[in-house]
Design a protein around this ligand. Structure first.
Ligand code: GLU
Length: 392
């Protein structure tokens, strides 16, 4: 059981991304999976899910597992061998998660990401849709970097930052980084007592990531994971900017979520706003508007009720936009009432304009092309009985 009483650091969250470091999943000596520990984590995940919390896992461990599977333990590996290890190891990793969660009747779905997916609009929207559909079907997405094809130039390189991108993309309100450290210290905790000065202390809350915090984070590493504390601080910047609070905790012992919930030592970086507000700000403030969509009064009313923008209500289209780019939505008087991410490119939007969804399905053969802007990707600017309709 993972208790979520009001003193639990997890009690405020509805959607949690959990990053599991290689050092937790794979035994450093044998290179084998720490099966009992994984089973205990699966038990915690099932307990949280039964309390209505959506869970996403970003799991490292493919390269470490692949090394022992391919007989490459203890060697310095060339890039092709690392990528081969990742390929063999990912199969085992995926199976391990599937089997551990299946014991609790939880289904998993594997997602392997490369940076272009979280940085470019179109793949971003597709990945977001796939992950949120898995969640809505009750499954737990198991996510890793696509290490066997990503090259040095196009890598996240560590799962700390990848998990922050994922949490931000999906609008998770919490990201937990489980590794072999229990948070941020004023000096790296893996130094010997004589190397540390006597004033080394644990930092439970980081409200603002100052230059001093960044300096403290340098130098703390784990022997199996790629990321040290510095990548965790980068992850905290990505996460908190998107409205995701981030927690660093030691996951080494069994049932790490239950332990955290009962007050185990950790460092939290609280987000200053919620993911919906951050997403709204992102759509409104940081994206260039590529097109203008004029709509009729019926469509405008539907938007104010929190509905998606359907092509049937579109009267005129201006500008050049691709799927996933920001577009502005104007009412019959020409006033901007909303902004959103286009679910179609300009050509598709023009072909669909004024047509019913059934006709559009016949034209494109894709269910997902019936909305010009999905409600989840839409932010109202004018208020008519509603203040916000962007959901996460
Ligand atoms: N993606 C790597 C793996 O699965 C791990 C990267 C990391 O440790 O952050 O082995």
């Amino acid at each position: 059981m993972v208790p979520l009483g009001k003193h639990s650091p997890l009690s405020d969250f509805n959607c949690i991304t959990i990053k599991i470091g290689s050092a937790l999943l794979v035994d450093a000596q044998s290179g084998k999976l720490r099966q009992q520990w994984l089973n205990s984590l699966a038990q915690d995940i099932a307990a949280l899910k039964s309390q209505g919390i959506d869970i996403l896992i970003v799991s490292s461990g493919a390269i470490s597992l692949g090394r022992s599977i391919l007989g490459l333990s203890g060697q310095t590996l060339s890039l092709p061998r690392i990528q081969a290890a990742a390929s063999a190891g990912q199969v085992a990793l995926s199976e391990a998660w599937r089997d551990a969660l299946a014991q609790h009747d939880i289904t998993t779905g594997q997602i392997l990401l490369t940076p272009n997916i979280t940085e470019e609009r179109r793949p971003y929207i597709n990945a977001r849709n796939t992950i949120s559909t898995l969640l809505s079907l009750g499954a737990v997405p198991i996510i890793n970097e696509n290490d066997s094809v990503a090259t040095a130039e196009i890598r996240y390189g560590d799962n700390d930052r990848l998990s922050a991108r994922v949490a931000s993309m999906i609008g998770a309100d919490c990201l937990i980084l489980f590794s072999d450290v229990d948070g941020l210290y004023t000096a790296p905790p893996n130094l010997s007592p004589t190397e540390q000065n006597n004033t080394t202390t644990h930092i439970p809350v980081v409200k603002t990531i100052t230059q001093q915090i960044e300096t403290m984070a340098k130098g703390a590493t784990s022997h199996l994971a790629r990321g040290g504390m510095a990548t965790k601080i980068d992850a905290a910047k990505i996460a908190t900017r998107s409205g995701t609070s981030m927690i660093i905790a030691n996951g080494t012992n069994p049932n790490p979520l239950a332990a955290l919930s009962m007050g185990a030592k950790h460092t939290i970086f609280p987000a200053k706003q919620n993911p919906a507000a951050a997403r709204k700000r992102w759509i409104l403030g940081t994206l260039d508007v590529k097109g203008q969509i004029h709509i009729d009064a019926g469509a405008a009313n539907a938007l104010f009720k929190g509905k998606s923008l359907l092509p049937i209500g579109v009267t005129k289209i201006r500008g050049e936009f691709e799927h996933g780019e920001a577009i502005s939505i104007l009412d019959p008087e020409g006033a901007e009432i909303a902004r959103g991410l286009a679910g179609m490119n300009k050509e598709e939007a023009n072909l669909s304009k004024g047509k019913k969804s059934q006709v559009i399905i016949g034209m494109f053969g894709h269910m997902n092309r019936t909305e010009l802007v999905h409600a989840d990707n839409l932010v109202l600017i004018a208020t008519k009985g509603m203040t916000q309709c962007a959901k996460t």
